[in-house]
Design a protein around this ligand. Structure first.
Ligand code: PLP
Length: 374
């Protein structure tokens, strides 16, 4: 099986499995009690927080663990605003966990402005700035698109937004960017930044919200006061340990240039075979969105899977709401968007296997077009 749906989720690194197993079997104590074993479990959790913070370029007291990035994104949009009545600016390229959270604000009467994308898949920077005014409470811009891999220049956009409206809070969804763009979070100039573990070789069900030191976000969950009173709930110590171990493994083993070269070679193959690459401009290298004319992605995905190749279509994490909102915002027709597949890579993706997969995909597409498979 050749697995090319790593933007949906990744295989868990062995070290991350071991770290989680250790925290379940041996260091299983509640990290917030006062007896010795607990204090040790707490120390182990803080060691993991430090390691993770170092890997992603943040200070450890800026990392607040959540149950997933959806939670971190909802927290940022719902509770990150300092000005409750001010408008909110997001992009048309946001993941559903930002977009739908913003739509909830809209349903409560808040002015939510959705900024268009360019054909390349990046946010239109001029339109973003035009949408921001002194009343803008929060801006949220996805760092790397989960649909196309398109990279937004967060550093530049955050600086421009802050120059125009210094009190506006800047959040970025960094789920597909963390450790992949190699930009330390602290270098981006953001107030809030979300991440998810299962995109970098750790288990599903753990993420974090980066909260810039001194920012002062409102709590998400009230209760026992864990995570410095901001996100109550006993921390998921096994997955926190795994998250840190995976971040270290990913940082050690990811060859960004190798991944980008694989994406380039696959792009060439698809273009030679009558397909179009969706999106252009800066790309993380980890995601390749391909329009396969006249072939429904859903059918191609199934036939490719029968032939040992696993690919995505649109965003897997959108569950039943699989849509083409983002591709539509890039100017694709609904019909074209239905014919877009997504290939996404991980540190262990090898060129030869990826090229085999690409060949199998275009062969399957030819068979579907000629009516040999339904
Ligand atoms: N944001 C982006 C860009 C994503 O790709 C995903 C998941 O695919 C999420 C947020 C949600 O992450 P989680 O599954 O941890 O809730």
């Amino acid at each position: 099986m050749i697995y090319l749906d790593n933007a949906a989720t990744t295989r868990v690194f062995d070290n991350a499995v071991d770290a989680a197993a250790n925290a379940m079997r041996i260091d299983f104590f509640n990290p917030n009690a006062t007896y010795r074993a607990s204090v040790d479990a707490n120390a182990e959790m803080e060691r993991a927080r430090n390691a993770l913070a170092a890997a992603v370029g943040a200070k450890s007291d800026e990392i607040y663990f959540t149950s997933c990035a959806t939670e971190a994104n909802n927290w940022a949009i719902e509770r990150g605003r300092k000005r409750i009545k001010g408008n909110v600016v997001i992009t048309a390229g946001e993941h559903a966990s930002v977009y739908e959270a913003a739509m909830q604000l809209k349903s409560r009467g808040i002015d939510v402005r959705v900024v268009p994308l360019t054909r390349g898949g990046q946010v239109d920077g001029d339109a973003l700035l035009a949408a921001v005014d002194k009343e803008t409470a929060l801006v949220s811009v996805i760092h790397v698109s989960n649909e196309t891999g398109a990279v937004n220049n967060i550093k530049k956009l955050a600086a421009a937004v802050k120059a125009k409206s210094p009190t506006t809070v800047f959040h970025s969804d960094g789920v597909q960017a963390v450790l992949k763009t190699r930009e330390p979070i602290s270098s981006l100039g953001v107030d809030l930044y979300s991440a998810s573990a299962h995109k970098i070789g750790a288990p599903k069900g753990i993420g974090f919200l980066y909260v810039r030191r001194g920012f002062g976000i409102a709590p998400l969950l009230y209760g026992g006061g864990q995570e410095k009173n901001l996100r109550s709930g006993t921390q998921n110590t096994p997955y926190i340990a795994a998250f840190a171990a995976a971040a270290e493994d990913f940082a050690r083993s990811a060859d960004i240039n190798k991944i980008a070269a694989i994406r380039d070679r696959l792009s060439e193959h698809f273009v030679k075979n009558g397909c179009e690459i969706v999106g252009s401009g800066p790309n993380s290298g980890f995601v390749l969105c391909v329009h396969v004319p006249e072939v429904k992605a859903e059918i191609l995905q199934n036939i490719a899977s029968d032939n040992g190749v696993i690919i995505g279509k649109g965003s897997a994490c959108s569950g039943s709401k699989r849509g083409n909102r983002v591709l539509g915002a890039m100017g694709l027709s609904e019909k074209a968007a239905e014919c877009c597949i997504r290939l996404s890579f991980f540190v262990d993706t090898e060129l030869d296997a990826a090229l085999d997969a690409a060949r199998i995909i275009t062969e399957c597409a030819d068979r579907i077009r000629s009516g040999h498979v339904k």
